[in-house]
Design a protein around this ligand. Structure first.
Ligand SMILES: Nc1ncnc2c1ncn2[C@@H]1O[C@H](COP(=O)(O)OP(=O)(O)OP(=O)(O)O)[C@@H](O)[C@H]1O
Length: 366
């Protein structure tokens, strides 16, 4: 049994403009000590998927199941979820001030967190643990800084303090939602290092949400790529980075900024993600896809096994009509994609491809 097993999670919101289909059927599982990266552009449904697991989306229409140690989180009442939050599953957000109250001392907040879930722990013992936790996440002079207010910490230190708080009750799963996006590259690397070290030490499972594939390149075991509320590619890290199948994943990889001076490469994906109220027909990505075919406009592909990995036991699923073997960034893979795209398009798809042609290089010429 997996630590967490999410099956066909769907989340929508009724708004005055219509129904927002934020999450349209995602499934994943995670084992103790493993890291799952969930990646996609802003609005792809990454945060809603994970917040729904912890009951943090009031007013949402939710279906599917999310078994945490065999118990369905989606069927739990608010009291049961409150007991799970923080103690069994904790969250780290981009903005530490969404977890750290600006008007209370950092140490006091950690102490409160411990004593709320473990009332038998005395104040002195909880404070001692708070100091130990701050030391563990690398806060200098923790016995003194424990009495600081959040605004007396730098951005990186606040992020560390939030990690200390997330670890306070030794949760089995941490969900980190863009935890380093607001930090500069050096501090970002230190925080990711720290999370990885602590994760190993405590065998904690980690779900890392990010819009930047570069952030999880070193730490994810598996990666789930989301587009417009749907999973479009799901595989292990190696396959995803070296043998991507979905053109959206390929686009995300090509848009990773390389911080290597002259060779810097950043090719944005053309166009914008669709409205989740009025989704495109067929594959939601087709209006932006350089490999669009006629079929993509009418039929939405579901995840299916692709690549040679399907035979050697590594799971590699992609929701794309391109040939199963068209994985990777080699010239050969590109040829397969190009041939399939050029063969598979006539009128409508050709028009879309021509529009994209102005913005991106792809198999757009006929
Ligand atoms: N309470 C709500 N009511 C209506 N729509 C919502 C609500 N919460 C989220 N959404 C919509 O659901 C979609 C998915 O949002 P979500 O925050 O999960 O995206 P994301 O991939 O995490 O992006 P970001 O990185 O910007 O947070 C967005 O279009 C968002 O506007």
């Amino acid at each position: 049994m997996s630590l967490l097993e999410v099956t066909d999670l769907q989340v929508s919101f009724n708004t005055s403009d219509g129904v927002v289909q934020a999450v349209r059927g995602i499934s994943f599982s995670i084992e103790p000590g493993r890291t799952l990266g969930i990646v996609g552009e802003s609005g792809s449904g990454k945060s809603v998927s994970t917040q729904t697991l912890l009951g943090l989306n009031s007013g949402a229409r939710v279906s599917g199941s999310a078994l945490f140690e065999g118990q369905d989180l989606l069927a739990m009442n608010p009291d049961q979820l409150r007991r799970i939050r923080g103690a069994q599953i904790s969250m780290i957000f981009q903005d530490p001030l969404s977890s750290l109250h600006p008007l209370y001392k950092v140490g006091w907040q950690i102490v409160e967190m411990i004593r709320t879930h473990e009332p038998e722990v005395g104040k002195a013992a909880a404070r001692k643990r708070a100091v130990e936790l701050l030391a563990m996440v690398g806060i200098p002079q923790p016995d003194r800084r424990v009495d600081d207010f959040p605004h007396q910490f730098s951005g990186g230190m606040r992020q560390r303090a939030m990690i200390a708080m997330a670890l306070a009750l030794s949760p089995k799963l941490i969900i980190a939602d863009e935890p380093t996006t607001a930090l500069d590259a050096t501090v970002q690397a230190q925080i990711l290092d720290l999370m990885q070290r602590l994760q190993r030490e405590f065998d904690t499972a980690l779900i890392m949400i990010t819009h930047d594939l570069g952030v999880i390149a070193d730490i994810a075991d598996d990666v789930l790529v989301m587009y417009a509320g749907k999973p479009v590619e799901h595989t292990d890290r190696r396959s995803l980075y070296y043998r991507p199948h979905h053109p959206y994943t390929k686009g995300l990889l090509e848009s990773i900024p390389l911080s290597t001076g002259a060779s810097e490469r950043l090719t944005p994906i053309p166009g914008q993600p669709p409205s989740l109220i009025n989704l495109p027909t067929g594959c939601s990505f087709h209006p932006r896809c350089a490999y669009v075919m006629d079929k993509c406009i009418t039929d939405g592909p579901e995840l299916r096994a692709v690549g040679a990995e399907a035979d050697d036991g590594v799971r590699h699923d992609s929701a794309c009509w391109l040939p199963r073997a068209a994985t990777g960034l080699t010239a050969e893979a590109e040829q397969l994609r190009t041939n399939a795209a050029l063969e598979g398009r006539t009128g409508a798809a050709k028009k879309i491809a021509d529009q994209i042609a102005g913005e991106v290089k792809g198999p757009v010429a006929s």
